[in-house]
Design a protein around this ligand. Structure first.
Ligand SMILES: *Cc1c(COP(=O)(O)O)cnc(C)c1O
Length: 387
């Protein structure tokens, strides 16, 4: 049998944890009810499971259960947050602020709003990928409706200073949205302490199923006003119509609960593995770490290698390790990653970049094997380049 490559692409997606799958299974078959069916046991069982999941997820981020709106994932949550706020607050202003390193699921809704006449400011980042607070302060205006800054970057893993950003926004009565797709279950999140008004979540980056996520919507101090983007039966307080996908919702809650319970040990384990990988790779000359060295996700290592073709490197690694170059979402494009370019890289360096996304099921033995393969591949490519 052919050995399958070692999976190191956990910022793209993760496998469903067996414990999550076990929790989900009864909700496909025995407890298959529609959570909106109020007149019989099948509906009540489904509604009770959804309520339990809502409480678990709310508790995970310091919110109230009624503040959690289930969606199909973080893309939909981001769209609902950004377009929803814009549409519901036209009387207050038309200015929206986001950051250049955001996921396309934030940048594209912003660009769409621009075509409708909204004024969008896209902020640069420092060479380490962090947003400078004075850059943000200078961009804020009396007519600013919303600031959107991601919690953890999907390419370089950089963690933005959420609490400081939240404070700046709230001093000025501006709503603060954060895309926490990569952060939930990996770093502590608290919507009260961080003064977050809207937070996008997804399950599949944290060992839950694909196709489910949630948007936290603050109900008081201040109340975040949103216009729904999907109209229909009025589910989810009218903000997101559609029959709830009960097994996925149960799975999402289980996944987040497990990740939070295991966070301290897992962060330590992954940090150690990640640092070990970097230490081994640093034997190679002209290799660079992308993004802040410590303000980053434990499982993320993003590197650029000078003097080689990035596509050739990826091809060389393919039989041994499953990784992405730049962001998974843009790896079908030939353009270099917008995130790496935002760090001030030349096109050439941005091309020759690899994102290693380590996760729950990776072992030290695998990391050693990957390091060995990467070093050998880089050396042989450089050898070829010389002749
Ligand atoms: C994966 C990801 C998304 C998209 O989430 P889906 O649930 O796949 O729609 C959005 N933002 C970030 C930062 C992500 O990593």
């Amino acid at each position: 049998m052919v050995q399958r490559p070692i999976y190191l692409d956990c910022q793209a997606t993760t496998p469903v944890d067996e414990r999550v799958l076990t929790a989900m299974l009864p909700y496909f078959t025995e407890h298959f009810g529609n959570a909106a069916s109020a007149s019989h046991l099948y509906g009540w069982e489904a509604a009770a499971a959804v309520q339990q999941a809502r409480e678990t997820l709310a508790e995970a981020i310091g919110a109230a259960p009624e503040e959690m709106i289930f969606t199909s994932g973080a893309t939909e949550a981001n769209n609902l947050a950004i377009k929803g706020v814009a549409e519901a607050n036209l009387h207050k202003g038309r200015h929206i602020v986001a950051v250049i390193t955001e996921h396309s699921a934030v940048l594209d809704p912003c660009r769409y709003l621009q075509t409708l006449g909204f004024d969008v400011t896209i902020l640069p980042v420092k060479p380490d990928g962090l947003l400078a607070l004075d850059t943000l302060t200078q961009a804020l205006r009396p007519d600013t409706l919303l600031v959107s800054v991601m919690a953890a970057n999907n390419e370089i893993g950089v963690l933005q200073p959420l609490a400081a950003i939240g404070a700046l926004c709230h001093e000025r009565q501006i709503l603060f949205h954060t895309d926490a797709a990569q952060a939930i279950g990996k770093i502590p999140l608290d919507v009260a302490a961080m003064q977050i008004d809207l937070m996008s979540l997804t399950a599949h980056k944290v060992y839950g199923p694909k196709g489910v996520g949630a948007l936290y919507v603050r109900r008081r101090n201040p109340r975040a006003q949103l216009a729904p983007q999907l109209h229909g039966g009025g589910h989810e307080r009218g903000l997101r119509s559609g029959t709830l996908y009960v097994p996925q919702i149960v799975g999402m809650a289980k996944a987040v609960e497990l990740a939070i319970a295991e966070m301290p040990q897992e962060t330590e384990r992954l940090t150690h593995l990640r640092d070990q990988l970097w230490q081994q790779l640093s034997q190679v000359s002209d290799i660079y770490l992308n993004g802040h060295a410590t303000q980053r996700l434990a499982g993320n290592l993003n590197i650029s290698v000078a003097g080689i073709n990035g596509q050739a490197l990826l091809l060389g690694l393919q039989p041994v390790v499953a990784v992405s170059s730049g962001s998974a979402c843009s790896s079908t494009h030939t353009a270099p990653s917008h995130v790496l370019k935002a760090l001030g890289h030349t096109n050439e360096l941005a091309y020759a970049s690899i994102r290693f996304g380590l996760g729950r099921f990776n072992t030290k033995q695998e990391i050693d094997q990957v390091a060995e393969c990467a070093i050998a591949t880089i050396r042989s490519l450089r050898q070829v380049a010389k002749v």
